[in-house]
Design a protein around this ligand. Structure first.
Ligand code: SAH
Ligand code: SF4
Length: 410
């Protein structure tokens, strides 16, 4: 016969331990994006007995990240009182879709709104999905706007800036997977890779500088790559930075994801102008950080992004200097045709010039795919993202529409 006293003791609500309480206070204010420890803290706070917590965490994890459920009441194997108490305490997620645009080439862009934090206002960020035959890439934002004013980038002109929480970063992935029918049992959307997952790759190349939101991005990538949930391999996650040198080795050590560097110039004098952060962390320091990137190998190369700006950084001499600069680093070079935006000062290099540039890089033994601009007609291409968290003036909006119409007509 079961020992009644023991059973009673087991089922009585356990006192919340100090560690759990601490996590609870500082934790994610929503279920999506919370770590297992934070989920444990929330469960403890609503009185779930200690011995049940690991099981309940596993159940929540499964519903959130394998099934993509957005409502606690659908989590049928979680006891109803627990669901109700959790629902009263915090939401599953907080994204609200403001816009859903589909480009003529199948690229999709969603504008998501997240609630205000503290005294701030609600914010809007963009998430872009780029389907190809053999993969589907989701480009996620790490900040609202960006504090670094790279002169060729639209996001850098946006005034309003705040870091996204881990939950808001993870939610972009969960939202997109729901929208694309990429969860167990869902119907797949029309545009996507022929087989495999709709979202096979994640790139932190949306709005913001991910290394100015290191903790949020790190926590989010831990959830996104968790093998019992969203299960994206760290080899299919790429973090792009404009060169926040002191944080680069921590990306390799603590996140273990692939690294992309927004290089764009091979001389300090020019890079100081294009990527003003270069004045703080010049090329020599940046290259040292790349050479010492933890886990760097031929199988885990660094991608150098290089935006092609006509008459600015696209000479063949620049191409040769680029090859020289990265000598010895296992690397790929991604040549990005400049995407223009209303009010930008630059033009994209001529196609012949891009090809001649690529040729020099290729001959030096580097793969250098030219990134085909995607989603230009909906301003979803690299560097075109800018949300209305800063309200657009009527004049800007008209200019935007004209640029989009011109791109669509091309
Ligand atoms: N802040 C990070 C990640 C976001 S930007 C970074 O700078 O790396 C993603 C990529 O788009 C970067 O390589 C960036 O330099 C590039 N980019 C920005 N504006 C662009 C534009 N107008 N045309 C083409 N690429 C652009
Ligand atoms: Fe910020 Fe990257 Fe744009 Fe530079 S290129 S302004 S770092 S988002």
């Amino acid at each position: 016969m079961a020992n009644l006293a023991l059973l009673k003791r087991r089922n009585a609500p356990q006192p919340v331990t100090p560690e759990v309480r601490a996590l609870d206070v500082a934790g994610e204010p929503q279920l999506i994006g919370a770590s297992r420890e934070e989920l444990a803290g929330h469960l403890a706070a609503v009185g779930v007995p200690r011995h049940q917590i690991a099981m309940r965490v596993a159940q929540l994890w499964h519903w959130l990240y394998v099934r993509g459920v957005d409502d606690l009441s659908a989590m049928t194997n979680v006891a109803a009182p627990v669901r109700e108490a959790l629902a009263a305490r915090l939401p599953v997620g907080s994204a609200e879709m403001v816009e859903d645009q589909i480009s003529t080439d199948g690229t999709r862009k969603w504008l998501l709104r997240f609630p205000a934090k503290g005294a701030g206002r609600p914010v809007e960020v963009e998430t872009v999905y780029i389907p190809e035959e053999n993969r589907g890439t989701l480009c996620v934002s790490s900040q609202v706007g960006c504090t670094l004013n790279c002169t060729f980038c639209h996001t850098g002109t946006q005034r309003m800036v705040r870091n996204l929480t881990a939950g808001e970063i993870v939610e972009q992935v969960v939202f997109a997977r729901r929208r694309l029918g990429d969860f167990v049992g869902a119907e797949r959307a029309a545009n996507g890779p022929l087989e495999g997952r709709m979202i096979s790759n994640v790139v932190l190349m949306g709005m913001g500088e991910p290394l100015y939101n290191f903790d949020g991005v790190k926590a989010a990538m831990a959830v996104v790559s968790d093998g019992d949930g969203l299960s994206l391999s760290k080899r299919r996650i790429t973090l792009s930075t404009s060169g926040v040198v002191p944080m680069i080795s921590r990306v390799g050590d603590e996140m273990g994801v692939l690294l992309a560097i927004s290089l764009h110039a091979v001389r300090d004098e020019l890079r100081d102008v294009l990527v003003p952060l270069n004045r703080k962390y010049p090329l020599a320091q940046l290259m040292d950080a790349c050479r010492n990137y933890p886990g760097l190998s031929n199988a885990r190369r660094i991608t150098f992004e290089y935006v092609m700006l006509k008459g600015v950084n696209d000479s063949l001499e620049d191409a040769r200097a680029l090859v020289e600069l990265i000598k010895g680093i296992p690397a790929k070079i991604n040549l990005i045709p400049f995407n223009s935006w209303p009010g930008s000062d630059y033009e994209c290099s001529d196609w012949d010039q891009i090809e001649a540039f690529a040729d020099i890089v290729n001959r030096a033994g580097y793969a250098s795919p030219v990134r085909t601009p995607r989603g230009q007609d909906i301003l979803a291409a690299c560097g075109q993202l800018k949300s209305a968290s800063e309200k657009m003036s009527a004049r800007e909006r008209r200019a935007n529409e004209t640029a989009a119409a011109a791109a669509a007509a091309e």
